[in-house]
Design a protein around this ligand. Structure first.
Ligand code: UT7
Length: 333
């Protein structure tokens, strides 16, 4: 069974910065409250889910192809989003067209856990014979929060992150590939290898949907305290399961990349897992909560900033509307 590895990553953020001071000017809130209760200083807002997804996806594909084959092919495109622009067709259909891909596409909605869900699905598709899967998580929650509701309006930002997941093993060189008369798809994998997705846990408690939801045409409704409590519990349990299934312990983890919903949640989880903040990726101060894009955005920043190197173990863990949760331990490829 072919294993999978991450060969490219990308990120996209809108240019407009919304600071706590901007929010102070129009809401009954304060910079001090927002920073102390959430860890957020500013967030990026604007753009559409499709535009941001295209940018992040293009970047991930470019990086995956650097120094390798001139083969843009992807066998499947998965877009995780809770905030599609038009609800029909899938966001992934628009992104496919813009990126010039010739492949199957679908959207996945698992709340803020969506990126980890998509990564696990992509790993499964590669195990069944696909060569390359592009996973994008793109969300623009700032558009669906009530601008007058201080309990949600201060939390969310917009953005997209992406990863290319590729079959591991020795590929035929381009020349051999051509001389073998194969064209129009990525070079076939000759050998199988263990996947770099070492262990994962996916879960959901649909009875808790009432704590975080949005109706057609409405705004996001959230019971912040209840979601906070459940998020801490679910993330700890889920992360532990992923670590156990990967056969590793918290000390083996070079970097923890949690969903960026609240700095206090990250600190509480890290404390219980015995992963110090020095080994935890934090972007919430500059990006706010970007929903399912938060984990791949943080992962991309970690990779670009040299915080993870080949062979390092990374623990990702998210939770969100559903209420869903998802954790995965990967070896950085
Ligand atoms: O990614 C999706 C998952 N979402 C989450 O994980 C969010 C989880 N929840 C949270 O992050 C936190 O619950 C919040 C940041 C949403 C709220 O923080 P909190 O510490 O739980 O505050 P609270 O809801 O208990 O409210 C405390 C006080 C209240 O005032 P009173 O009743 O004590 O007078 C709120 O009305 O803070 C007030 N408050 C605010 N004050 C200033 C709520 N929002 C604000 C605000 N500025 N923006």
């Amino acid at each position: 069974m072919p294993g999978a590895t991450i060969t490219g990553w990308g990120a996209a953020l809108p240019e407009t910065v919304l600071t706590n001071a901007d929010l102070e000017a129009r809401l009954d809130t304060s910079d001090a409250w927002i920073r102390e209760r959430t860890g957020i200083r500013e967030r990026r807002i604007g753009g559409t889910t499709i535009e941001l997804a295209i940018q992040a996806g293009a970047q991930a594909l470019k990086r995956a192809d650097e120094g390798r084959y001139a083969v843009p092919d992807v066998d499947m495109l998965i877009v995780s989003t809770n905030t599609p622009d038009p609800p029909i067709p899938a966001t992934a259909a628009y992104v496919q067209d813009a990126l010039g891909l010739n492949c199957g596409v679908f959207d996945l909605n698992s709340g803020c856990s969506g990126f980890v869900y998509a990564l696990v699905v992509a790993n499964g598709l590669i195990a069944t014979g696909m060569n390359r899967v592009l996973v994008i998580a793109s969300d623009t929650v700032s558009r669906i929060v009530d601008p007058e509701d201080r309990s949600t309006a201060v939390l969310f930002g917009d953005g997209a992150g992406a990863c290319v997941l590729e079959a591991k093993g020795d590929h035929l060189s381009d020349t051999l590939h051509e001389s073998a008369g194969i064209s129009g798809s990525a070079p076939p994998v000759l050998t199988s290898a263990e996947s770099d997705l070492l262990g994962f846990d996916l879960g959901s408690d649909g009875s808790a949907a009432k704590f975080l939801y949005r109706d057609h045409g409405g705004y996001v409704v959230m019971d912040g305290q209840e979601v906070f409590r459940r998020a801490v519990r679910a993330t700890i349990t889920s992360a532990r399961k992923a670590l156990d299934r990967a056969g590793v312990v918290a000390d083996d983890i070079a970097l923890f990349v949690p969903h960026q919903a609240n700095l206090r949640i990250m600190e509480a989880v890290g404390d219980r897992l015995s992963i110090p903040m020095e080994r935890t990726m934090v972007t919430i101060d500059r990006m706010g909560n970007t929903s399912s894009a938060s984990i791949p955005l943080a992962l991309a920043e970690a990779a670009d900033g040299g915080r993870i190197k080949p062979g390092d173990l990374v623990l990702m863990s998210g939770f969100g509307a559903g209420l869903t949760w998802a954790s995965a331990v990967i070896r950085w490829g």
